[in-house]
Design a protein around this ligand. Structure first.
Ligand code: SF4
Length: 61
């Protein structure tokens, strides 16, 4: 699987709270992906994707 964050993140921090191994807040106050192929964190990554209030997290199986 691969994960990326599309434009439109509002910096709520939800994805970082759910899966801090894969997501991190940047200095600009938006989330970035630190592990692009989070195979060992599939459940948490999908939970973060489903919890994003603006649905900008994209998971490619
Ligand atoms: S959950 Fe969505 S809006 Fe919130 S920080 Fe993560 S990518 Fe951005």
């Amino acid at each position: 699987m691969k994960v990326k964050i599309n434009e439109g993140c509002i910096g709520c921090g939800m994805c970082v709270a759910i899966c801090p191994t894969v997501f991190k807040m940047s200095d600009e106050g938006i989330a970035i992906v630190t592990v692009e192929n989070p195979t060992n964190f599939e459940i948490e990554t999908n939970e973060a994707k489903n919890s994003c209030p603006v649905q900008v997290i994209e998971v490619i199986e």
